[in-house]
Design a protein around this ligand. Structure first.
Ligand code: ZN
Ligand code: ZN
Length: 241
């Protein structure tokens, strides 16, 4: 065990990522028993469109399909109306800065990314990581940018670099808008960051949830216009509506 890990255990209790209950370090899973059971249920959730589970479902919003011929990486279905603990996890990922949750989501993304790379003959070392930046007001309110944090965590796990490419100049929150308005809002929300150099680069772009795909598409369009040669979207969850 690493020294840093020993200190971490001495100073902090391990808590279930979903409900926050204190759990033993001897339990390998990041969840308490109840939440682990529900997490396993969550993984078996079926797609509301094709009826397949996560591993077989290939449905993606058209805007995501337009970004890359390789598709996108996502780890779990997200159902905003479900009472299962994952909802809590996604909620916390956005609202409370919790390194364990960020690490967990990043690890899941990396697992799925590696399998996509294998299927498509991609070497992830050829890519850099970037992210869809959070709105300034959101960053101020919650004190952090969860997509950026996930991107940094993923880059550590893969040994590749994170670069800042975009800034968020938007004012309206995507989730409060209709599908059509989301597209328009997303287009107006992002700009290329001043010192971004993406010409000739292959990029993974990180966001929390794929819903309509508008955010990823708006960001990818800007990056392609600036000379990026390939962009693969990475998200923790995909909306199951
Ligand atoms: Zn729990
Ligand atoms: Zn499906």
């Amino acid at each position: 065990m690493r020294i840093s890990e020993i200190f971490r255990r001495m100073l902090m209790t391990k808590k279930c990522l979903a409900c926050g209950e204190v759990i033993s370090y001897d339990i390998k899973a990041p969840f308490c028993e109840d939440c682990l059971e529900q997490w396993q249920q969550f993984i078996k959730m079926k797609c509301h469109r094709c009826g397949h589970t996560r591993t077989e479902c290939t449905c993606l919003p058209s805007q995501i399909r337009e970004i890359s011929k390789h598709g996108a990486v996502w780890c779990v279905f997200y159902d905003a109306k479900s009472n299962l603990p994952l909802n809590n996890l996604v909620f916390k990922l956005k609202r409370d800065y919790n390194r364990d949750i960020i690490e967990f989501c990043a690890t899941e993304i990396v697992k799925n990314l590696k399998s996509l790379c294998l299927r498509h003959g991609i070497d992830y070392k050829d890519y850099l990581i970037t992210y869809t930046p959070r709105r300034v007001s959101g960053k101020r309110k919650y004190g952090f940018d969860h997509s950026k944090r996930m991107a940094i965590e993923i880059s550590k796990l893969l040994g590749i670099k994170t670069i800042k490419t975009l800034i968020n100049v938007g004012t309206a929150e995507q989730k409060t808008l209709s599908k059509e308005k989301r597209k328009e809002n997303a287009k107006q929300s992002y700009e290329l960051s001043k010192n971004a150099s993406v010409s000739g680069k292959k990029l993974f772009i990180v966001d929390d949830i794929i819903t309509s795909g508008s955010t990823m598409k708006a960001c990818a369009d800007l990056l392609y216009q600036s000379g990026a040669t390939d962009i693969i979207p990475l998200a923790f969850a995909k909306d199951n509506r």
